[in-house]
Design a protein around this ligand. Sequence first.
Ligand code: UT7
Length: 334
Amino acid sequence: MEKINAVITGVGGYVPDYILNNEEISRMVDTSDEWIMTRIGVKERRILNEEGLGTSYMARKAAKQLMQRTGSSPDEIDLVIVATSTPDYPFPSVASILCDKLGLKNAFAFDMQAACCGFLYLLETAASFIRSGRYKKIIIVGADKMTAITDYTDRTTCPIFGDGAGACMVEATTEDMGILDAALRTDGKGLPFLHMKAGGSVCPPSYFTIDNRMHYIYQEGRTVFKYAVSNMSDISAEIAERNHLTKEDTDWIIPHQANMRILDAVANRMEVPIEKIMINIHRYGNTSAATLPLCLWDFEDKLKKGDNLIFTAFGAGFTWGAVYVKWGYDGKKW
Ligand code: UT7
């Protein structure tokens, strides 16, 4: 029997229209465009500010575009997996809402929680379902409405985050390409450094949790920064080495867009020029699980069949990893 690989066959994306720039942030908290640009590298971010709309709205827009670009009919889809830390509701899943909105009748669907590393875990999970031979066409979506959990009185976190969604179609192929290798890690010791204090089962919502602003992102930035740089760099080098990818063979590195200084550090460690790093942090900020597919969405026209891509990310948990993908088609699909 021929080996089945899992290949990305299309990309869709969505970012809200409203642009929150550094000038507007500087009117909310004591900061400046200069500080945000030098310490983080975000110029502006997109904000889903219409009342009553949540993560599934953006996920649906991205997935609809994906289905249209790949010419997929709803009946063909076997599985939908959404990575998010900001679901519309604690339950049911965003993925189940998507099934309804996209008119999928033959799919099962679930959400995955791996914070900013979600899209990496999605790639490996979808690839495993495809390699099993039982599933042929899978939609994966990284989507987050980070502004729903961002404290706009906290200058150490509010300039960082934005909203968005990116989606990919993953399908079976017998060609030697697609999602070829993954090195994924989780270490729960990261909990104290990056989490949301209330709203879960340990500390359900109450007047106390609201009064004490416990429903927002809590981050010890310096510690997270150090772990992010070393873990993303080490694991990217590991996956390159074990797949015999030299820096010349590596066409693109697609890193989680958390901080421009982290992207520079990963480029240095991998000894690849910055032109080979996909960067859109200045336009969208950190959209958590959406950063990696939104990079593909922005850079799709530059990609060629056979390009070697290394995705890498680091997030709450801690979660981190790297995924090696041999790209499956030329240019942009409309
Ligand atoms: O996506 C999940 C993974 N997350 C990450 O990878 C994020 C990793 N961490 C980071 O990106 C950075 O640590 C931050 C962007 C969060 C913070 O940058 P930093 O250079 O590590 O700043 P810091 O926390 O060490 O703070 C340096 C100074 C402090 O002042 P003092 O104590 O030295 O007087 C802060 O109060 O900068 C101050 N500061 C600010 N000043 C102006 C913090 N935020 C701001 C701000 N504007 N927005």
